[in-house]
Write a protein that binds this ligand. Structure first.
Ligand code: ASP
Length: 439
């Protein structure tokens, strides 16, 4: 028998019907040993997430106003789930106690964490499984940084005593016991941490999509699902804006060599996406794994004759950025040119000062500033072994009439990034997708 850890996102636990689906999934596979729930999410577009309502409750309390009206909406959601599922424990008591504690503690993290806490209690009751409070087993240091090794020890010890348990996502505690949360969407991280401590064979992350798409479906129509990708490819795609999994959820499982499977609670028969340490591409699969992109970058192109022979030139350019607390994204260089790609948000208030500093310390022949740049990353291990990949990519952009402003190929050869004008973003994404993926 293997060990599986399942994490269910907010939309997978938004109402009683979804609780039933979750139970069917868990009971349909005896390998599931640990379940990590989020707080109930949206049931429809205009609905409110429980976590958002809890933050609102806290804001009311902080202003010295009553949070009861907002908390009543939260209570309604839990009560209707409990009623429909015939849960036989004191749900009303749990809600009253929670509302009172939010008022008393005046702590935003505590308030927000109660969504997962109460959902965990409900789900453990419904499944008939033990409940482990994340406050006891997920540890942060005094500064609020996640204490990975300490948590792993404490968690592994706790799991030994509970062969099957529900552990709420999103929160843990400081050394003094006070509740602290991860950033939003942090239940993904809890699932990964539990998987590591349980030495799971696989971490199954149940959500409301059937895995990672090869491109953003808002831009490319009906993109294919990525069946398999490596953690390194996932990192490249997430960095460029593909979001399904919280970024910090990768580290614990990657480190422990545990694969992550993204699955859809609403279509449990779909195999979803498998993220592994390494992947093997079949010949009938596209050479690329996925495409992701981001808008709003600025390109600084710095030119100086004989730059290649001038000692310390690059360092002085980067020093100017560092001095103003700006980090850069890419650094493509030529013989007498150096380009720096920087996210617009980094530059907002500091652009003029940085340019001035570069003028002073580097004395370039020219500096050209191009705002309105979008970056598109074409990612895939397969690219490094397939001649003609770059040619295909650039030909596709040429044929679509897209002017390439910058090219950067990562040293791992699994990523080619192009910088283009923002207006060409959609056209370029579609052109690249169509060039590599056959229907
Ligand atoms: N409930 C939290 C949020 O809405 C954490 C999570 O769902 O993962 O961000």
């Amino acid at each position: 028998m293997g060990i599986k850890v399942a994490k269910f996102g907010g939309s997978s636990l938004a109402d009683a019907e979804h609780f039933r689906r979750v139970k069917a999934i868990i009971e349909g596979d005896a390998d599931y040993c640990y379940v990590v729930p989020s707080a109930p999410g949206k049931r429809f577009d205009a609905d409110e997430k429980i976590t958002d309502l809890l933050y609102q409750c806290h804001r009311q309390v902080e202003r010295g106003q009553s949070h009861e009206e907002i908390f009543a909406k939260i209570a309604d959601r839990y009560m209707s789930i409990a009623r429909e599922l015939h849960l036989d424990f004191d749900v009303e008591g749990m809600l009253l106690e929670t509302s009172e504690a939010i008022r008393r503690y005046k702590n935003p993290d505590f308030a927000a964490s109660r969504g997962e806490y109460m959902n965990g209690i409900m789900l453990s009751n419904y499944l008939g499984w033990d409940f482990i409070d994340a406050q006891d087993v997920i540890k942060f240091d005094r500064q609020g940084s996640f204490a990975a090794e300490w948590t792993n020890e404490v968690m592994a010890e706790a799991l030994k005593n509970h062969p099957r348990a529900v552990i709420p996502g999103f929160y843990g505690s400081y050394p003094n016991g006070d509740v602290h949360t991860f950033s939003r969407g942090g239940s993904d991280i809890t699932g990964a941490i539990v998987s590591r401590a349980a030495k799971a064979d696989v971490y199954v992350n149940w959500t409301d999509v059937s895995g990672f798409m090869m491109a953003d479906p808002r831009i490319v129509k009906n993109p294919k699902v990525i069946r398999e990708l490596s953690y390194a490819e996932l990192r490249e795609l997430s960095y460029m804006g593909a979001t399904v999994l919280h970024e910090d959820a990768i580290f614990p499982v990657h480190k422990a060599g545990i694969p992550t499977n993204i699955r859809n609670t609403n279509a449990p028969e779909d195999p979803g996406t498998m993220i592994r340490m390494q992947t093997t591409r079949r010949d009938d699969q596209p050479v690329i794994t996925g495409i992701a992109g981001h808008k709003n970058f600025t390109l600084l192109s710095i030119e100086k004759a004989m730059m290649n022979a001038e000692l310390g030139f690059g360092r002085r350019v980067l020093q100017a950025l560092e001095d103003f607390g700006v980090s850069f994204e890419h650094l493509p260089t030529g013989i007498d040119t150096m380009s720096v790609v920087i996210a617009d948000k980094e530059l907002v208030t500091r652009k003029d000062q940085i340019i001035q500093r570069i003028q002073q310390t580097c004395q370039p022949d020219s500096i050209e500033i191009s705002a309105g740049i979008a970056l598109i990353a074409t990612v895939g291990h397969g690219m490094s072994r397939t001649p003609g990949t770059a040619a295909k990519l650039f030909m596709a952009l040429y044929e679509a009439g897209v002017n390439i402003r910058m090219i950067d190929q990562g040293s791992s050869e699994m990523n080619i990034i192009v910088g283009i004008n923002i207006e060409d973003f959609e056209t370029a994404m579609n052109a690249i997708y169509r060039a590599f993926v056959k229907d």
